[in-house]
Design a protein around this ligand. Sequence first.
Ligand code: MN
Length: 247
Amino acid sequence: MTTILITNDDGIHSPGLAALEAAMATLGNTVIVAPDRDNSAVSHSLTINRPLKLTRHGVARYDVNGTPADCVVLGLSKVLREPPALVVSGFNLGPNLGDDIAYSGTVSAAVEGTMKGCPSIAFSTEYSTDGWDFDFSMETARRVAARVLERGLPGNTLLNVNIPKGHVNRETRITCQGRRQWEGDILEVSDPRGRIHYWIGGGSPISDRTSGSDVSALEEGFVSITPIHLDHTNHEFLRSFREQWGL
Ligand code: MN
């Protein structure tokens, strides 16, 4: 029996989660363990300073008053009796490209699944002016997940999948992680007493023209699939760093 653990970072009520669940239901038995509210940009944080509540909302549907990583930890250790065939996270409402990956709760949930030895995929979808159109995202997720179920993934490796809006050409690019930084992303706001506060999270992305990157693939309207490795070591630098720095 194929069990698929599903989570996200936008929270259990996100339409992206419902769409990913519908897509995965054709491939196996889905189990949802998702945060009870929006946890975007919480990265891989674990809740260790208070107890967590796992609330059942129906058959194979739970929320947690914690982070996406908490959800995967509890899903794997307390909800499921056996390791799932697949851990999927998404559909995030908005792409996770380049530097976004460092902040993304969606991707971090898939990192947690990978750390626990389960094949894991993060799915993010781009907003179109017509709203969230999940049809093409669902079709893509089914295609990618089916292939991972069939072939598995190398150790310590997850897939970061981003689905463009419009999907004019419906093609897929296998990409590397690019750079996506944000300009003007700190808003200055004043509170009722006139004190200045800073609000992070707006702004517009600075384009990364590196060919073969996740950022450029999405800009060109392609689905982007990046194999992400857990090892952050700069292996190219390792040898000269060892031999020449005298540390
Ligand atoms: Mn999110």
